[in-house]
Design a protein around this ligand. Structure first.
Ligand code: R2B
Ligand code: URA
Length: 299
């Protein structure tokens, strides 16, 4: 099934009378086309707080008129799982941490947009990350994603078998965002590079400060240095491999844009001495908002 980009690869859905999108709190009994048919961008990030802030900033910056007497609200509030705010054509969704959380959400968002007949939708993951060889507060637009084993694919388990789906991100989209980023924030380091997506924050990212650590500081340093100098990795986070693999599998254009909040070649703990989390988020949001505005020829 094709809907101008969103490929739902499940013929079985046709025979379902009602499809309940349990984790986002919607079902095909609702007027999904009326509610979501105009969505052109889906921005996803880790927390509800940040995604609400993004939606509010878009409403203000784009001059979007909400119906008199109404305010933005969490459309997925009743599911108590994810959070979703709609700012005109931009859906801002909190995805939680890690691949399983993102995977469940993407299945349901793809179906939602398919049922809503939304066209030419672009997905953008906006995240925080640990940088390699970059000052905190740098912006990394992923051109390539590797998983924690160094492979350019994400492993899915289907009927007990491992299926590797490639992590592909459109290079032209990444370049467009890099150009906007450099124009909007000329004093900030904005790079297009390789992102490593790990399944864990501590051992999975070679930290020395987890509850377990069976390796030495020298081994950690050698691992991260090799990732950086041999593999070209400039940042590490936890969702880009599943995100890029699933969007590619669904035929959806997607980008991963992260701000670095720690220099991992120097430290493990996130203290935000060099840049506050709020400032880092604002930087990331201003770039993505400028990109969306340009794409939509808004204002
Ligand atoms: C970045 O930050 C989170 C871990 O602190 C994780 O979701 C990620 O990718
Ligand atoms: N998120 C991560 O996954 N790693 C970091 O170092 C910082 C944010």
């Amino acid at each position: 099934m094709l809907a101008d980009g969103v490929q739902i690869r499940n013929k079985g859905l046709d025979s379902m009378e009602v499809d309940t999108l349990y984790h986002i709190g919607f079902s095909t009994n609702q007027s999904l086309k009326e509610m979501f048919g105009d969505v052109r961008f889906v921005c996803m990030g880790g927390t509800a707080y940040r995604m609400e802030k993004l939606a509010r900033n878009i409403v203000r910056d784009f001059g979007i008129k909400l119906p008199t007497g109404t305010d933005l609200c969490d459309l997925s509030m009743h599911s108590h799982r994810y959070s979703m705010f709609k700012a005109g054509p931009v859906l801002c969704v909190g995805h939680g941490m890690g691949a399983p959380s993102v995977s469940i959400l993407l299945h349901e968002l793809f179906k939602l947009l398919y049922y809503a007949e939304a066209k030419d939708v672009i997905f953008i993951r906006m995240g925080t990350s640990g940088g390699l060889g970059l000052p905190p507060g740098s912006i990394v637009v992923s051109k390539k994603v590797i998983n924690e084993f160094g492979e350019t694919s994400h492993p899915f388990a289907v009927l007990g078998r491992r299926i590797d789906r490639p992590c592909v991100l459109p290079q032209d989209l990444a370049d467009e965002i890099i150009n906007v980023g450099r124009a909007v924030c000329p004093d900030v380091t904005v790079v297009g590079a390789t992102t490593m997506s790990a399944n864990d924050f501590y051992e999975g990212q070679a930290r020395l400060d987890g509850a377990f650590c069976d390796y030495t500081a020298a081994c950690k340093q050698a691992f991260l240095s090799e990732l950086h100098s041999e593999r070209g990795v400039t940042n590490i986070e936890m969702e880009s491999s599943v995100f890029s693999a699933m969007c590619h599998h669904a035929g959806i254009k997607a980008a991963v844009v992260c701000v670095t909040i720690v220099e991992r070649l120097q430290e493990d703990q996130i203290t935000c001495r060099a840049i506050s989390l709020d400032e880092a988020q604002m930087r990331l949001q201003s770039i993505v908002m400028a990109f969306i505005k340009e794409k939509l020829h808004w204002g």
